[in-house]
Structure formats: structure tokens, C-alpha cells
Ligand binder design. Structure first.
Ligand SMILES: Cc1ncc(COP(=O)(O)O)c(C=O)c1O
Length: 439
């Protein structure tokens, strides 16, 4: 460390606090594709921060928009009041959202977005007089943030086990990862569409479809270690939801804003949900913000049901549509459009795929899977020590190779900013290859 800091008071989220504090990994600046560490090294960002800095770090237009707004108006309430940027940000988001999804509820992050979407789903059925629909379905290994709603529909055991029963009336589909059949798949895997059938054959048969309000899934499961939907799988989920009037929510906190090479995963995968939860890349992570984008008929059902001049949906956050976040979102979406970053991601995807699969055959590599600018490299675990191998590689990449990667379990997950160059793609995978060979 260049300067001694007191690390004892900050209780770090989702971190091995004691390990970290024994040798802190500190970033002090960021620009474009790189972080600068406190000891003056430039580190290539292979993860867009946390899947969120899609336009690269410190984009001058986004920075200027936030600075301007901070100096103009720091805050205005959006409960029974508002400010113009709130409406502009919503319209801007709708301008890139799939057709028909055109009403926006703002919140501050992905977790709040998930809880908001689940509440909208439950209340939607109720305001239409179908209040029997109280059940929510998620998926094993799903990550939907850390609110009680999100951990209830989420399926990562470690994120749930300490927190009691959470929401009642929740069930989970199995996830579709099948390494036996789909190992080293490039893009959409061939096998596994039938995994969607269990929604109808098992869960709806068990619970009765008329009790189910919504199904929430990540189109591509990111945080759990990159699980890509097999061919035809999401289409089946959509058809089953349609058949039984169940709302389909896509949690696009990771897949939104160009990660797969189009604005949303829904566009790329050709399946339209009833609601999209987004966050992260919405503001390029420069100011926290999340949003739920819903079909107009869902919004209109609330408007029709409430008494005149009554509040239609009793939900919201002090910082819903915060002026700084709105300014950042508007500038960010403009940057995505002006710099054609979603198109750029689509163009780079085949090169990224080749580079990713060049790691096949290296020590400990059990599977490689990719879509758009996302890649998961699954490693054999050390006996009795799951997570150790990948975490070791993460630490080595950071200290010895000046590259930031992310790991979950024994899976390396890569999701660079969409501005990455081919040379930097080579560097990213080249470094991982070197470290793997030395393992
Ligand atoms: C799919 C998904 N949903 C929700 C979240 C939670 O978002 P946040 O950490 O902003 O609350 C994440 C975070 O990674 C995510 O990947």
C-alpha cells in the first residue's frame, strides 16, 4: 500500500474481509479500460467493475452530466412532486427498451428493482381482482440481489441460508446448466429446452397455476457463474406463462445495456417478458440506479383500479429518480447510442468467443461457455476446497498480471466494458492462460 489506511471499520460486502485486510487490493482511479491501484499499477478491467461499467470508466459525457446536475439541483422529491429529468430519463430508457415495455418505475439498484418487480406482479393481479395469485417462482442458482424478495426467489444457497424463511409461497425451477451434454458450448447451448417443461409439469401441477403471480429469471444467469439459456428454453417458459396468465419477469441487471450485443437480453434472445428489471449499466454505474420497465397494460391496470386522486401503487424510495442518477442515465444511454456500443459488443462477440475457447485443454479447465461479451470458465475444484483454485487465480491475476477478473465458486466470469479492443481481449485471456498453466 502506498499510504497506510485504517481498514478496520469498513465491513465489506460479499467479501472475505479478513483475507482482504491482510493485503488490501485498492483502486484509486479509473479511465477507459483500466483501474489505477494505490501502488500506481494500471489494471485491465475484465469485469466492467461488477458487470456494470459498460461504456468504460470515466466517460467524459457522463462525468460532465453528473457534475452539471450536482451543481444545478442536488435533490428533489418524487413523491407527489417531480423534476423534468425523471421523465426524460424514463423516456430515454423506453427508447431502447423492447416494444411494448414503456412504463418505468425507478429505484436505486438491482435488489430494489427485483423487490419492486415482485411487488408490482403481486399487486397487479390483486388490483384486477385475481388476488389468489400470490405465489412467486424463481430458479435454482438464480441471483436476484439481496432484498428479502430477491433472496426468496433467488437460488444461491449461501445467500439464503442465514436469513430465515423469508417470503412464503415461493418455489424454484431447476437451472438448465448441463455440462455433460453442453460442455464447451459456443453461444446458445443445444441441449436443455426440456428443462422449461418442469414449470408446467412439476411446479404448476403441484401448486395450481391459478395461484402463481410471476416467474422471475435472469435470461442469462450471471452471478452464479454464467449459465446460458439452451436453445428454445426461454421461448418455452414464455409460452407456459402465457398459457396460465403468469407474468414473466426478466432480471436483466447484468444482461441489460449491451452485454449480449443488443440493448437487452430480451431483444437478443427474441423473448419478450412482461417486465424487465435493470440497474448497473443504466448509469454506467457512475450513480446508483435501478429501474423496472413494464408493459403498459400492467401500469394501466393500477391506474384504472385506484380511486380518483388516490395513490395507485404504495411503493417507492426517497431516491427514486434521483436527479444525479437521472442525469447519469440520460447521458449514459446517449453515449451507448452515439458510440454504437451495443453494436460494437455484437461485432466483438465472435472474437471474444474464439479467445475464450482458446483456453480449452489448459490445466483444470472443465468447461467454457460464452454469449455476447460474457464468458464463464469453470475449473475443477481442489478436493474439499471449493472456490480456492479460482480465487487463487483471481489474486494472481491482480497482483502479478495487472488484470481484474471475477470468480464465483470455481468459475471465472468475464464481462469487460464494451469498449474493449481486440488486443485487450488477447491480453485478458492470455494472462488467464499463463496463470492456469502455472497452476
Ligand atoms: C441478475 C441480478 N439481479 C440483481 C442484482 C442485484 O443488484 P444490486 O447489487 O445492484 O442490488 C444483481 C447483481 O449482480 C444481478 O446480477
Amino acid at each position: 500500500m502506498s499510504k497506510q489506511i485504517n481498514t478496520e471499520h469498513f465491513w465489506m460486502p460479499f467479501s472475505a474481509n479478513r483475507q482482504f485486510k491482510s493485503q488490501p487490493r485498492l483502486m484509486v482511479a479509473a479511465e477507459g479500460m483500466h483501474y489505477t491501484t494505490d501502488d500506481g499499477r494500471k489494471v485491465l478491467d475484465g469485469t466492467a467493475g461488477l458487470w456494470c461499467v459498460n461504456a468504460g470508466h470515466g466517460n467524459p459525457k457522463i462525468v460532465a452530466a453528473i457534475q452539471r446536475q450536482a451543481a444545478t439541483m442536488d435533490f428533489a422529491p418524487t413523491f407527489q412532486m417531480a423534476h423534468p429529468l425523471a421523465f426524460e430519463a424514463a423516456s430515454k430508457l423506453v427508447s431502447i427498451a423492447p416494444p411494448g415495455l414503456n412504463r418505468v418505475f425507478f429505484c436505486n439498484d438491482g435488489s430494489e428493482g427485483v423487490d419492486t418487480a415482485l411487488k408490482i406482479a403481486l399487486a397487479y393481479h390483486r388490483v384486477r381482482g385475481d388476488g389468489m395469485r400470490h405465489r412467486l417462482i424463481g430458479r435454482e442458482r438464480g441471483y436476484h440481489g439481496v432484498g428479502f424478495g430477491g433472496i426468496s426467489v433467488g437460488g444461491i444457497a449461501g445467500n439464503r441460508k442465514h436469513f430465515g424463511p423469508a417470503l412464503p409461497a415461493v418455489d424454484h425451477l431447476r437451472h438448465p446448466l448441463n455440462i455433460t451434454k453442453n460442455a464447451f458450448s459456443r453461444g446458445i447451448p443445444e441441449h436443455g429446452a426440456e428443462m422449461a417443461d418442469e414449470l408446467e409439469q412439476r411446479l404448476l401441477a403441484l401448486h395450481d397455476p391459478s395461484t402463481v403471480a410471476a416467474l422471475i429469471v435472469e435470461p442469462l444467469q450471471g452471478s452464479t457463474g454464467v449459465i446460458i439459456p439452451p436453445k428454445g428454453y426461454l421461448q418455452k417458459l414464455r409460452a407456459i406463462c402465457d398459457k396460465h396468465s403468469i407474468l414473466l419477469i426478466f432480471d436483466e441487471v447484468i444482461t441489460g445495456f449491451g452485454r449480449l450485443g443488443s440493448a437487452f437480453g430480451a431483444d437478443y434472445l427474441g423473448v419478450m417478458p412482461d417486465m424487465i428489471v435493470c440497474a448497473k449499466g443504466l448509469t454506467n454505474a457512475a450513480v446508483p440506479m435501478g429501474a423496472v420497465v413494464v408493459k403498459q397494460e400492467i401500469h394501466d391496470a393500477f391506474m384504472a383500479a385506484a380511486p380518483e386522486n388516490g395513490i395507485e401503487f404504495s411503493h417507492g424510495y426517497t431516491y427514486s429518480a434521483h436527479p444525479l442518477a437521472c442525469a447519469a442515465a440520460i447521458a449514459t444511454i446517449d453515449v451507448y447510442k452515439e458510440e454504437k456500443l451495443f453494436e460494437r459488443a455484437a461485432e466483438l462477440a465472435p472474437y471474444f468467443e474464439e479467445a475464450a475457447h482458446s483456453l480449452r485443454g489448459l490445466p483444470h479447465v472443465k468447461d467454457i461457455r460464452n454469449l455476447g461479451l460474457v464468458c464463464g470458465i469453470e475449473l475443477d475444484s481442489q478436493i474439499g476446497k471449493t472456490t480456492t483454485r479460482a480465487f487463487d487465480i483471481f489474486v494472481k491475476c491482480f497482483w502479478e498480471k495487472n488484470v481484474l477478473i471475477r470468480t464465483t465458486g470455481d468459475i471465472i466470469a468475464l464481462s469487460p466494458p464494451l469498449i474493449i479492443s481486440k488486443q485487450q481481449i488477447d491480453e485478458l485471456f492470455g494472462v488467464i492462460a499463463e496463470v492456469l498453466k502455472a497452476e
